[in-house]
Design a protein around this ligand. Structure first.
Ligand code: F6P
Length: 367
Protein backbone atom coordinates (compact mmCIF):
# COMPACT_ATOMS: atom_id res chain seq x y z
CA UNK A 1 0.00 0.00 0.00
CA UNK A 2 1.13 3.55 -0.68
CA UNK A 3 2.02 5.47 2.44
CA UNK A 4 0.82 9.06 2.28
CA UNK A 5 1.58 11.88 4.70
CA UNK A 6 -0.84 14.76 5.16
CA UNK A 7 -0.02 18.11 6.77
CA UNK A 8 -1.45 21.60 7.27
CA UNK A 9 0.76 24.70 7.08
CA UNK A 10 0.42 28.43 7.67
CA UNK A 11 -2.45 30.20 9.40
CA UNK A 12 -5.41 27.98 10.23
CA UNK A 13 -8.82 28.48 8.70
CA UNK A 14 -12.20 26.76 8.98
CA UNK A 15 -12.34 23.75 6.65
CA UNK A 16 -8.85 22.29 7.22
CA UNK A 17 -10.31 19.37 9.15
CA UNK A 18 -12.82 18.73 6.38
CA UNK A 19 -9.95 18.42 3.86
CA UNK A 20 -8.09 16.04 6.19
CA UNK A 21 -11.18 13.89 6.69
CA UNK A 22 -11.99 13.69 2.98
CA UNK A 23 -8.41 12.91 1.95
CA UNK A 24 -8.01 10.27 4.66
CA UNK A 25 -11.34 8.58 3.93
CA UNK A 26 -10.82 8.63 0.15
CA UNK A 27 -7.20 7.55 0.54
CA UNK A 28 -7.99 4.58 2.76
CA UNK A 29 -11.31 3.40 1.36
CA UNK A 30 -10.81 4.10 -2.33
CA UNK A 31 -7.10 3.79 -2.88
CA UNK A 32 -5.95 1.54 -0.05
CA UNK A 33 -3.42 4.11 1.23
CA UNK A 34 -1.98 4.19 4.70
CA UNK A 35 -2.38 7.79 5.87
CA UNK A 36 0.07 9.48 8.23
CA UNK A 37 -1.04 12.70 9.92
CA UNK A 38 2.09 14.87 10.17
CA UNK A 39 2.10 17.31 13.05
CA UNK A 40 2.68 21.04 12.86
CA UNK A 41 3.33 21.24 9.11
CA UNK A 42 6.84 20.16 8.05
CA UNK A 43 7.96 20.46 11.64
CA UNK A 44 6.76 16.89 12.15
CA UNK A 45 9.36 15.73 9.62
CA UNK A 46 12.24 17.75 11.05
CA UNK A 47 12.87 15.83 14.23
CA UNK A 48 11.12 12.49 14.41
CA UNK A 49 11.45 12.44 18.19
CA UNK A 50 9.55 15.70 18.42
CA UNK A 51 6.23 15.30 20.17
CA UNK A 52 3.67 18.05 20.51
CA UNK A 53 0.18 17.36 21.89
CA UNK A 54 -0.75 16.32 18.34
CA UNK A 55 2.05 13.96 17.29
CA UNK A 56 2.66 12.25 13.94
CA UNK A 57 0.22 9.38 13.79
CA UNK A 58 -1.29 6.90 11.38
CA UNK A 59 -4.88 7.93 10.88
CA UNK A 60 -7.85 5.60 10.63
CA UNK A 61 -11.26 6.49 9.30
CA UNK A 62 -12.40 6.56 12.93
CA UNK A 63 -9.81 9.24 13.74
CA UNK A 64 -11.37 11.64 11.25
CA UNK A 65 -14.99 10.80 11.88
CA UNK A 66 -17.11 13.95 12.12
CA UNK A 67 -14.18 16.39 12.21
CA UNK A 68 -15.53 18.41 9.26
CA UNK A 69 -17.63 20.31 11.79
CA UNK A 70 -14.62 21.60 13.71
CA UNK A 71 -12.47 24.67 13.10
CA UNK A 72 -8.69 24.61 13.43
CA UNK A 73 -6.64 21.60 12.38
CA UNK A 74 -6.27 18.31 14.24
CA UNK A 75 -2.72 18.11 12.86
CA UNK A 76 -1.55 21.46 14.18
CA UNK A 77 0.21 23.99 12.01
CA UNK A 78 3.48 25.87 12.19
CA UNK A 79 4.66 29.41 12.52
CA UNK A 80 8.30 28.82 11.64
CA UNK A 81 7.65 26.03 9.26
CA UNK A 82 9.66 26.94 6.16
CA UNK A 83 12.27 24.16 6.07
CA UNK A 84 14.32 26.15 3.54
CA UNK A 85 14.60 29.02 6.02
CA UNK A 86 14.21 27.21 9.28
CA UNK A 87 14.62 29.24 12.43
CA UNK A 88 16.67 27.60 15.16
CA UNK A 89 18.27 28.91 18.32
CA UNK A 90 22.05 28.91 18.23
CA UNK A 91 24.07 27.99 21.32
CA UNK A 92 24.32 31.63 22.26
CA UNK A 93 20.52 31.80 22.16
CA UNK A 94 20.43 33.86 18.97
CA UNK A 95 17.85 32.90 16.33
CA UNK A 96 19.44 31.82 13.06
CA UNK A 97 18.01 30.63 9.75
CA UNK A 98 19.10 27.36 8.24
CA UNK A 99 18.06 25.08 5.35
CA UNK A 100 16.90 21.74 6.71
CA UNK A 101 15.05 20.54 3.61
CA UNK A 102 17.43 17.58 3.14
CA UNK A 103 16.61 16.37 6.63
CA UNK A 104 12.87 16.57 5.87
CA UNK A 105 13.34 14.46 2.73
CA UNK A 106 15.50 11.95 4.60
CA UNK A 107 12.93 11.60 7.35
CA UNK A 108 10.18 11.19 4.81
CA UNK A 109 12.07 8.22 3.36
CA UNK A 110 12.89 6.87 6.81
CA UNK A 111 9.18 6.71 7.61
CA UNK A 112 8.60 5.15 4.20
CA UNK A 113 6.26 7.83 2.91
CA UNK A 114 5.53 7.66 -0.83
CA UNK A 115 3.77 11.02 -1.08
CA UNK A 116 2.74 14.14 0.81
CA UNK A 117 -0.52 16.09 0.69
CA UNK A 118 0.23 19.66 1.77
CA UNK A 119 -2.68 21.93 2.69
CA UNK A 120 -1.58 25.54 2.90
CA UNK A 121 -1.53 29.10 1.64
CA UNK A 122 0.77 30.70 -0.91
CA UNK A 123 3.76 30.40 1.43
CA UNK A 124 3.14 26.69 1.85
CA UNK A 125 2.66 26.26 -1.90
CA UNK A 126 6.05 27.88 -2.51
CA UNK A 127 7.61 25.42 -0.09
CA UNK A 128 5.75 22.53 -1.75
CA UNK A 129 7.08 23.61 -5.15
CA UNK A 130 10.67 23.74 -3.86
CA UNK A 131 10.31 20.26 -2.37
CA UNK A 132 8.79 19.00 -5.61
CA UNK A 133 11.82 20.35 -7.47
CA UNK A 134 13.99 18.44 -4.98
CA UNK A 135 12.20 15.22 -5.88
CA UNK A 136 9.45 15.05 -3.27
CA UNK A 137 6.20 13.50 -4.55
CA UNK A 138 3.82 16.18 -3.28
CA UNK A 139 0.37 17.57 -4.09
CA UNK A 140 -1.19 20.79 -2.80
CA UNK A 141 -4.52 22.00 -1.46
CA UNK A 142 -4.87 25.81 -1.37
CA UNK A 143 -6.06 27.50 1.79
CA UNK A 144 -6.59 31.03 3.11
CA UNK A 145 -9.51 32.87 4.62
CA UNK A 146 -8.37 35.94 2.66
CA UNK A 147 -9.61 34.46 -0.65
CA UNK A 148 -6.69 36.10 -2.46
CA UNK A 149 -5.26 33.15 -4.39
CA UNK A 150 -5.38 33.72 -8.13
CA UNK A 151 -5.42 30.03 -9.04
CA UNK A 152 -8.81 29.30 -7.51
CA UNK A 153 -12.16 31.07 -7.67
CA UNK A 154 -12.66 30.68 -3.95
CA UNK A 155 -10.75 29.34 -0.98
CA UNK A 156 -12.43 27.50 1.88
CA UNK A 157 -12.59 29.41 5.16
CA UNK A 158 -13.46 32.63 3.37
CA UNK A 159 -17.21 32.04 3.43
CA UNK A 160 -17.10 31.28 7.16
CA UNK A 161 -15.02 34.40 7.86
CA UNK A 162 -17.50 36.51 5.88
CA UNK A 163 -20.40 35.04 7.89
CA UNK A 164 -18.67 35.85 11.19
CA UNK A 165 -17.82 39.40 10.07
CA UNK A 166 -21.36 39.94 8.78
CA UNK A 167 -22.85 38.84 12.08
CA UNK A 168 -20.49 41.21 13.90
CA UNK A 169 -21.58 44.10 11.65
CA UNK A 170 -25.24 43.29 12.38
CA UNK A 171 -24.60 43.36 16.11
CA UNK A 172 -22.56 46.54 15.93
CA UNK A 173 -25.27 48.22 13.86
CA UNK A 174 -27.75 47.73 16.70
CA UNK A 175 -25.54 49.38 19.26
CA UNK A 176 -24.32 52.09 16.86
CA UNK A 177 -27.92 53.07 16.11
CA UNK A 178 -28.81 53.22 19.80
CA UNK A 179 -25.94 55.58 20.60
CA UNK A 180 -25.68 57.55 17.34
CA UNK A 181 -22.11 56.40 17.00
CA UNK A 182 -19.62 55.81 14.24
CA UNK A 183 -18.55 52.18 14.48
CA UNK A 184 -15.38 51.03 12.78
CA UNK A 185 -15.11 47.28 12.26
CA UNK A 186 -11.65 46.03 11.34
CA UNK A 187 -11.66 42.73 9.49
CA UNK A 188 -8.85 40.49 8.23
CA UNK A 189 -7.24 40.56 4.82
CA UNK A 190 -3.72 41.90 4.79
CA UNK A 191 -3.35 42.32 1.04
CA UNK A 192 -6.89 42.00 -0.25
CA UNK A 193 -10.25 43.47 0.71
CA UNK A 194 -12.40 40.42 -0.02
CA UNK A 195 -13.69 39.86 3.52
CA UNK A 196 -14.39 43.58 3.98
CA UNK A 197 -16.21 43.83 0.66
CA UNK A 198 -18.38 40.74 1.09
CA UNK A 199 -19.21 41.29 4.77
CA UNK A 200 -19.66 45.02 4.28
CA UNK A 201 -22.12 44.53 1.45
CA UNK A 202 -24.03 41.81 3.31
CA UNK A 203 -24.15 43.90 6.48
CA UNK A 204 -25.15 47.07 4.65
CA UNK A 205 -22.08 49.04 5.74
CA UNK A 206 -22.10 52.77 5.03
CA UNK A 207 -18.45 52.65 4.04
CA UNK A 208 -16.03 49.89 3.13
CA UNK A 209 -12.31 50.62 3.15
CA UNK A 210 -10.11 48.13 1.29
CA UNK A 211 -6.42 48.07 0.32
CA UNK A 212 -7.32 48.18 -3.37
CA UNK A 213 -9.06 51.58 -3.04
CA UNK A 214 -6.96 53.98 -0.94
CA UNK A 215 -9.19 56.17 1.22
CA UNK A 216 -9.24 59.89 1.98
CA UNK A 217 -9.97 60.62 5.60
CA UNK A 218 -11.55 64.00 4.79
CA UNK A 219 -13.91 62.30 2.34
CA UNK A 220 -15.03 59.86 5.03
CA UNK A 221 -15.57 62.73 7.47
CA UNK A 222 -17.68 64.47 4.86
CA UNK A 223 -19.78 61.35 4.36
CA UNK A 224 -20.43 61.15 8.11
CA UNK A 225 -21.42 64.83 8.19
CA UNK A 226 -23.78 64.36 5.24
CA UNK A 227 -25.42 61.35 6.86
CA UNK A 228 -25.80 63.28 10.06
CA UNK A 229 -27.42 66.21 8.22
CA UNK A 230 -29.85 63.70 6.68
CA UNK A 231 -30.76 62.53 10.21
CA UNK A 232 -28.81 59.31 9.88
CA UNK A 233 -26.85 59.78 13.00
CA UNK A 234 -24.86 56.57 13.01
CA UNK A 235 -22.43 55.04 10.55
CA UNK A 236 -20.91 51.61 10.11
CA UNK A 237 -17.50 51.57 8.48
CA UNK A 238 -15.87 48.26 7.63
CA UNK A 239 -12.09 48.58 7.47
CA UNK A 240 -9.90 45.91 5.94
CA UNK A 241 -6.72 45.51 8.01
CA UNK A 242 -4.74 46.33 4.88
CA UNK A 243 -6.68 49.54 4.08
CA UNK A 244 -4.43 52.54 3.56
CA UNK A 245 -4.87 56.26 3.05
CA UNK A 246 -4.29 57.77 -0.37
CA UNK A 247 -0.61 58.57 -0.69
CA UNK A 248 0.21 56.14 2.15
CA UNK A 249 1.66 57.11 5.45
CA UNK A 250 5.03 55.58 6.24
CA UNK A 251 5.17 57.09 9.70
CA UNK A 252 2.49 54.77 11.03
CA UNK A 253 3.99 51.56 9.63
CA UNK A 254 2.77 48.98 7.20
CA UNK A 255 -0.06 46.60 8.07
CA UNK A 256 1.48 43.56 6.45
CA UNK A 257 1.54 40.93 9.18
CA UNK A 258 4.98 39.69 10.04
CA UNK A 259 6.77 42.14 7.74
CA UNK A 260 6.91 44.99 10.23
CA UNK A 261 5.36 45.34 13.65
CA UNK A 262 1.89 46.75 13.30
CA UNK A 263 2.14 49.95 15.28
CA UNK A 264 -1.50 50.81 14.82
CA UNK A 265 -4.27 48.77 13.24
CA UNK A 266 -6.08 50.15 10.20
CA UNK A 267 -9.30 50.66 12.17
CA UNK A 268 -7.61 52.70 14.92
CA UNK A 269 -5.78 54.70 12.32
CA UNK A 270 -9.02 55.71 10.61
CA UNK A 271 -10.57 56.48 14.01
CA UNK A 272 -7.66 58.72 14.92
CA UNK A 273 -8.00 60.63 11.66
CA UNK A 274 -11.76 61.01 12.05
CA UNK A 275 -11.59 62.21 15.65
CA UNK A 276 -9.91 65.37 14.43
CA UNK A 277 -12.59 66.00 11.83
CA UNK A 278 -15.95 64.93 13.23
CA UNK A 279 -17.64 65.40 16.57
CA UNK A 280 -19.40 62.04 16.51
CA UNK A 281 -18.61 59.42 19.12
CA UNK A 282 -16.35 56.81 17.51
CA UNK A 283 -15.67 53.20 18.55
CA UNK A 284 -13.36 50.60 16.99
CA UNK A 285 -13.89 46.83 17.04
CA UNK A 286 -11.10 44.58 15.77
CA UNK A 287 -12.50 41.14 14.91
CA UNK A 288 -9.06 39.53 14.55
CA UNK A 289 -8.71 35.79 14.91
CA UNK A 290 -12.36 35.31 15.84
CA UNK A 291 -12.76 35.23 12.06
CA UNK A 292 -10.55 32.15 11.81
CA UNK A 293 -12.13 29.85 14.36
CA UNK A 294 -15.32 27.88 14.87
CA UNK A 295 -17.37 25.54 12.73
CA UNK A 296 -16.98 26.03 8.97
CA UNK A 297 -20.05 26.98 6.94
CA UNK A 298 -21.63 24.25 4.83
CA UNK A 299 -20.12 25.86 1.72
CA UNK A 300 -16.61 25.69 3.20
CA UNK A 301 -17.08 22.14 4.44
CA UNK A 302 -18.15 21.01 1.02
CA UNK A 303 -15.45 22.88 -0.90
CA UNK A 304 -12.83 21.52 1.52
CA UNK A 305 -14.27 18.00 1.20
CA UNK A 306 -14.12 18.17 -2.60
CA UNK A 307 -10.50 19.39 -2.40
CA UNK A 308 -9.55 16.58 -0.02
CA UNK A 309 -11.00 13.90 -2.23
CA UNK A 310 -9.39 15.40 -5.35
CA UNK A 311 -5.99 15.58 -3.60
CA UNK A 312 -6.16 11.88 -2.69
CA UNK A 313 -7.03 11.10 -6.32
CA UNK A 314 -4.04 13.17 -7.52
CA UNK A 315 -1.76 11.02 -5.36
CA UNK A 316 -3.39 7.80 -6.57
CA UNK A 317 -2.74 8.80 -10.18
CA UNK A 318 0.77 10.01 -9.24
CA UNK A 319 0.20 13.52 -10.58
CA UNK A 320 2.74 15.16 -8.31
CA UNK A 321 3.64 18.84 -8.28
CA UNK A 322 -0.01 19.70 -8.86
CA UNK A 323 -2.65 21.30 -6.71
CA UNK A 324 -6.42 21.31 -6.69
CA UNK A 325 -8.50 24.41 -7.38
CA UNK A 326 -12.05 25.57 -8.02
CA UNK A 327 -12.76 27.01 -11.47
CA UNK A 328 -16.27 27.88 -12.65
CA UNK A 329 -17.78 25.56 -10.06
CA UNK A 330 -15.61 22.58 -11.03
CA UNK A 331 -12.68 21.04 -9.17
CA UNK A 332 -9.64 21.18 -11.45
CA UNK A 333 -5.91 20.62 -10.98
CA UNK A 334 -2.94 22.69 -12.12
CA UNK A 335 0.82 22.76 -11.59
CA UNK A 336 1.70 24.31 -8.23
CA UNK A 337 4.32 26.35 -10.10
CA UNK A 338 1.56 28.07 -12.09
CA UNK A 339 -0.47 28.72 -8.97
CA UNK A 340 2.12 30.72 -7.07
CA UNK A 341 1.50 33.97 -8.81
CA UNK A 342 0.43 37.40 -7.70
CA UNK A 343 -2.37 37.58 -5.12
CA UNK A 344 -5.89 38.00 -6.45
CA UNK A 345 -7.09 41.45 -5.43
CA UNK A 346 -10.49 43.13 -5.54
CA UNK A 347 -10.97 44.92 -8.86
CA UNK A 348 -12.22 48.42 -7.97
CA UNK A 349 -14.25 48.34 -11.19
CA UNK A 350 -15.87 44.98 -10.46
CA UNK A 351 -19.61 44.44 -10.48
CA UNK A 352 -19.59 43.74 -6.74
CA UNK A 353 -17.97 47.11 -5.93
CA UNK A 354 -20.34 48.82 -8.36
CA UNK A 355 -23.31 47.13 -6.71
CA UNK A 356 -22.20 48.33 -3.30
CA UNK A 357 -21.76 51.84 -4.69
CA UNK A 358 -25.21 51.67 -6.28
CA UNK A 359 -26.63 51.03 -2.82
CA UNK A 360 -24.85 54.07 -1.45
CA UNK A 361 -21.83 52.38 0.10
CA UNK A 362 -18.86 54.70 0.20
CA UNK A 363 -15.32 53.48 -0.51
CA UNK A 364 -13.61 56.54 0.86
CA UNK A 365 -12.19 57.54 -2.51
CA UNK A 366 -14.32 60.40 -3.84
CA UNK A 367 -13.68 63.99 -2.81
O1 F6P B 1 -3.64 35.26 5.72
C1 F6P B 1 -4.57 34.97 6.70
C2 F6P B 1 -4.53 35.97 7.82
O2 F6P B 1 -5.55 35.67 8.73
C3 F6P B 1 -4.63 37.43 7.38
O3 F6P B 1 -5.94 37.82 7.09
C4 F6P B 1 -4.00 38.13 8.54
O4 F6P B 1 -3.40 39.33 8.13
C5 F6P B 1 -2.94 37.18 9.00
O5 F6P B 1 -3.29 35.90 8.51
C6 F6P B 1 -2.77 37.12 10.48
O6 F6P B 1 -1.65 36.33 10.76
P1 F6P B 1 -1.35 35.72 12.19
O7 F6P B 1 -2.33 34.61 12.44
O8 F6P B 1 0.04 35.22 12.07
O9 F6P B 1 -1.53 36.82 13.19
Amino acid sequence: AMKVGILTGGGDCPGLNAVIRAAVKTGIARHGFEMLGIEDAFHGLVDLGYQSPHGNRWLTEMDVRGIQTRGGTILGTSNRGDPFHYVVKSESGKEIETDISDRVLENMHRIGLDAIISIGGDGSMRIAQRFFEKGMPIVGVPKTIDNDLGATDQTFGFDTAVCIATEAIDRLSDTAASHDRVMLVEVMGRDAGWIALHAGLAGGADAILIPEIPYRIDAIAKMIAQRSAAKQKYSIIVVSEGAKPLGGDRSIGETRAGAMPRLMGAGSRVAEGLRELVSADIRVTVLGHIQRGGPPSSFDRNLATRYGRAAADLVATKQFGRMVALRDGQIVTLPIADAIAKPKLVDPKSEMVETARALGTFFGDEP
